[in-house]
Unconditional design. Sequence first.
Length: 198
Amino acid sequence: MASQEIETLASALARLPGLGPRSARRAVLWLVKRRDNALGPLVDALEAVRDRLVECRICSNVDTQNPCGICADPRRDQKSICVVEDVADLWALDRAKLFTGRYHVLGGKLSAMDGIRPEDLNIAALLDRVAGGGTDEIVLAMNATLEGQTTAHYIAERLEDFPVRITQLAHGLPVGGELDYLDEGTLAQALRARRPVD
Ligand SMILES: [Zn+2]
């Protein structure tokens, strides 16, 4: 029988996506055997992220600086904004390293079933960004789900009166596909073949 502290650690790890109780126990055992060169650095990294975690005031990305590393990077194209549902989608797209502009995280998607309305999403802040000027292109990178596409259409409508080009990811995206689960090649292809919203 392990001590209460070790049990607590194991059940905390078991709640991580992709880990169940068995793998959590194996991870704990692995960590306790490497107290100095694995457990210590992990604790330090977790503490640093916990203490400094902030939501970017421009794009709502999650980072340890505000504005986030992407918004603060002067090498990124200021004229192009890629709109995504969630932070996970932003990270997936940015891993593909094909989009050189900046992002805007909606924090979800419109859903009649879940009662998610436009005012529940980060849409007003997007309109403010565009109204502030300097934006040439909005790339709507919603998931290829019904709700994702409904959200994309709604945003395209709200942006209609602004002098910006509105494009969306090409539908080489598998239907029902969630960006976060696509490989980088597929994502890059969808971004490269982006087309005007009809
Ligand atoms: Zn940002």
